[in-house]
Structure formats: structure tokens, C-alpha cells
Design a binder for this molecule. Structure first.
Ligand SMILES: *[C@@H]1O[C@H](CO)[C@@H](O)[C@H](O)[C@H]1NC(C)=O
Ligand SMILES: *[C@@H]1O[C@H](CO)[C@@H](O)[C@H](O)[C@H]1NC(C)=O
Length: 421
């Protein structure tokens, strides 16, 4: 039998636990806590988490302060607390969104009143790293001409938008609405980089063609995980973060960022400025057989099974040689890059991200070669076939490498081709 007093105590304890779960705690004076309070005054619901680290060496993110069950709402952020970037009517470059945002910041007196706090929570210029911010030296470190030109192209557009010389602009030039005296080029690039790596697309106002770009407070502090425990959605009024499974107190809350992007080392570096180290990375998009700079994201998929099917269009010796050429053509090896990364001499996190890209790209190529070699049934000797030797053989017989592949349905075509020669 329990005394009434202990029941009361139990009720009080439950109440205490419940109030401790609200974010932010009353004594929390951090800028993130101020932002969370602001989101709450706008009608947001933020409960059961804090901004922090799951472990001392973990990345700063969102950590559960109570247990969530599958389907529980963790964050509910109203669109009135979401910064909608200017609708460009097309998928604009980050610099174009930056141009409009900085225009509002400097010329619309109401803008800062609403958004200054949110803006001040964003990382500084040394904590973001996307196309706009690359130096020539960093571009060269990539050892990947296609990626270099993609990044350099975006950097150039950024400079053109800044100087008001972007040929496709259908808005007043930035140098005439804001100008260099208020915003120097490096700040413009930083703002562009922030927007490019952090905005979320949502369809709004019945527009289901082009997702409008938004910055979402609190939600943008959630880190990526390949197997996330929470997902993100919206119901027209709110952006919602819900638990996908039971999340225990103390566990980090994670989302899956764009899957076809973040899994590829080059696209992840390009869009987010970081690369996740994996035992079995996806291939870089630039190394996929049909990569085209006109549509770098075009064929990126959430699976990497190009070389599994013996009858597949990429199961050819020509493809095998192409991949080998990519791997062997690199100025450094995977082991050398890894040694640099782990040797403790490269401290700059941006250079480390570039090295991580190099290691992941080569690891994926190496594994793709092993897989394709097995699919083609290449023996050790054939795998060792030198590129020059292989090419010379093709030239001598007039066969294309693709014709050599053991693909029954193609043999007829190969014979025809030979007849013609
Ligand atoms: C608005 O804020 C930005 C940066 O937070 C600042 O540079 C700018 O001068 C502010 N604009 C006005 C009109 O005060
Ligand atoms: C803006 O840049 C363009 C192109 O360089 C130039 O023609 C124009 O005079 C500049 N405007 C101002 C206000 O500096």
C-alpha cells in the first residue's frame, strides 16, 4: 500500500520530467535557445530534445532528452518561422538567392526585424565549404577535372551575379541594389554557400513543378545519417520532424539528406561541403558511365548496381578499362590519400574533406572494378591486362572493346560491325 504522499510525489516527478523535456530549458541563454523560443512564439512545438552532442567527439546536432516512439512529432516549425527565399521561377544558383536575400537585408527595413536572430545562428565563413568558396589551389587538390569545372563554373556565376554581369539575370544587378561598400565579395560568397548547402525545397501555393527554397530554423541543425531515425515532411502549415522508430533519451536525432546526392562523394562535397567515410562508398557521379556536365545529377541513383548484371549494358571490358584508367590515371593512390588524411599533418577541415573525397572516389572505383571483373569472369591474368595492350589489340582487330564483351544478344551486332570493316 502506498501512502498518498508518495503518489503526489510521483505526479510531481512526472510533471518535472515533462517540463525538463521542453526545449529550450529556462536557463539556456544560447543563441540556439533564443531561436527556439522565437519559433515557439510563432506557434512552433519543440519538445524532447536539445542542441548538443551525443558524445564528446560527436558532431554538434540535435539530441533527444526523452524517449520518442515511432510516429511521434519531435519538431513542428510553422511556415511563419521559415524563411522563404525569393521564387526565381527556376532552380537558381545559390548566388541568385543570395542576391535577393541581401537586397532584402539591406533595403527592406522589415526584413532584419523578423530574421536577424535566425540569420545569426548560421555558421561563419570558415564553417561552410561549397563551390563559391574554393580557391584555385583547393580545386586542383580534387584531382578531378569534371568536378573542378563544375565548382569553378558555379564560383564564376557567383562572381558574375555579384558584379551584375550574369547574362541571364532578369533582376536589377546586385552592384546597383546593394553594392560592394555594404557587402564585399567574400561575404556574398559566404551567404551563397550557406544558402546552397542549407536550403530545403517545399512545394508551396499549389506549385508542384518547382519546389521553393526555404531556410528552416532548428530543422537545419539535424545531422545526416544513412539510416536516419527521423524524417521530415510538411503539411502546408508546418514543417514536421517525426520519429521513424523508437529514439532513446540521449540518442542523436538524424535525417537522411537527399539520398542520391549525399551518397556520392563528389555530389556530397559539391552540395554540402563534406564527404562521409564509408567502407563501401557509392561511385562518384563523375565516374558513372553516362555522366554529363550538363546534368551532373541526372543519373545519380540511390543504388550502385551498374556492374552486377552480366547481361547489363555496362558489363563490358571497355567499361572495365575505363574504370581502370580513371583509377590508375590519378596522381596519388587511395593508400597515399588515406595516409595523408590519417597522418595528422592536414589540419584544415576543408583539405580533409577534399582528401576524404579522393579516398572515397578511389575506393568506389576499386570496388566497382572488382565487381565488374567478377561479373565479366575475368581471371587474375586478364585483370592485369595492361591498358596499352588492350587498346593495341582492339586497334589490330578493329573490334571495339564493347564488342568483345560476352553478351549473347549483342554478338550478331558485333559480327555485322566486323563485316562492314
Ligand atoms: C541587416 O542585417 C545584416 C546582417 O545581419 C546587416 O549587415 C545589415 O546592415 C542589416 N540591415 C539593416 C537595414 O540594418
Ligand atoms: C555594375 O556593374 C556593371 C558591370 O560591370 C557596370 O556596368 C555598372 O556600372 C555597375 N554599377 C555600379 C553602380 O557600380
Amino acid at each position: 500500500m502506498r501512502a498518498p504522499g508518495s503518489q503526489l510525489l510521483a505526479v510531481l516527478l512526472v510533471l518535472l520530467v515533462a517540463s525538463a523535456a521542453a526545449y529550450p530549458g529556462k536557463t539556456d541563454k544560447s543563441i540556439e535557445a533564443q531561436l527556439a523560443r522565437w519559433v515557439t512564439t510563432k506557434g512552433g512545438k519543440l519538445k524532447g530534445f536539445k542542441v548538443g552532442q551525443e558524445c564528446p567527439t560527436c558532431l554538434r546536432g540535435i539530441v533527444a532528452t526523452k524517449e520518442f516512439k515511432e510516429g511521434d512529432v519531435i519538431m513542428k516549425v510553422p511556415f511563419t518561422a521559415v524563411m522563404r527565399l525569393k521564387d526565381l521561377g527556376h532552380n537558381g544558383f545559390p548566388a541568385e538567392y543570395a542576391r535577393h536575400l541581401l537586397d532584402a537585408m539591406h533595403n527592406d527595413p522589415a526584413h532584419n526585424e523578423t530574421w536577424d536572430l535566425f540569420w545569426s545562428v548560421h555558421p561563419g565563413p570558415d564553417d561552410v565549404f561549397t563551390a563559391e568558396l574554393y580557391t584555385d589551389e583547393q580545386l586542383a587538390m580534387l584531382q578531378a577535372p569534371e568536378l573542378e569545372s563544375l565548382l569553378a563554373g558555379q564560383r564564376e556565376v557567383t562572381e558574375q551575379v555579384y558584379h551584375g554581369t550574369y547574362p541571364y539575370q532578369d533582376y536589377a544587378p546586385f552592384n546597383e541594389t546593394v553594392g560592394a561598400d555594404k557587402v564585399p565579395l567574400h561575404v556574398f560568397k559566404w551567404v551563397s554557400a550557406l544558402l546552397g548547402s542549407r536550403y530545403f525545397g517545399f512545394y508551396r501555393d499549389g506549385n508542384t513543378e518547382t519546389a521553393a527554397s526555404h531556410l528552416v530554423p532548428m530543422v537545419d541543425l539535424i545531422n545526416h545519417a544513412d539510416k536516419p531515425n527521423a524524417d521530415r515532411s510538411d503539411d502546408g502549415d508546418f514543417v514536421l520532424v517525426k520519429a521513424l522508430e523508437t529514439i532513446k533519451k540521449g540518442q542523436e536525432i538524424t535525417n537522411d539528406y537527399q539520398p542520391a546526392v549525399i551518397h556520392r562523394p563528389d555530389l556530397s562535397l559539391y552540395i554540402y561541403g563534406f564527404v562521409i567515410m564509408r567502407d563501401q562508398p557509392f561511385m562518384a557521379a563523375i565516374d558513372l558511365p553516362a555522366y554529363t556536365s550538363a546534368d551532373p545529377f541526372g543519373q545519380s541513383a540511390t543504388v550502385d548496381d551498374l556492374y552486377d548484371d552480366p547481361n547489363g549494358e555496362h558489363a563490358t571490358k571497355a567499361e572495365y578499362r575505363r574504370l581502370r584508367g580513371l583509377l590508375e590515371g590519378s596522381p596519388t593512390t587511395e593508400d597515399e590519400d588515406l595516409a595523408l588524411l590519417e597522418g595528422g599533418t592536414v589540419a584544415d577541415w576543408r583539405h580533409r574533406a577534399i582528401l576524404q573525397f579522393r579516398v572515397m572516389r578511389k575506393r568506389a572505383l576499386r570496388q566497382a572494378l572488382a565487381k565488374l571483373g567478377a561479373t565479366l569472369g575475368l581471371t587474375g591474368d586478364e585483370e592485369g591486362l595492361g591498358r596499352d595492350e588492350g587498346m593495341a589489340a582492339d586497334e589490330a582487330t578493329g573490334e571495339t572493346a564493347a564488342d568483345e564483351a560476352e553478351e549473347p544478344e549483342r554478338e550478331g551486332a558485333a559480327e555485322e560491325a566486323n563485316d562492314e570493316l
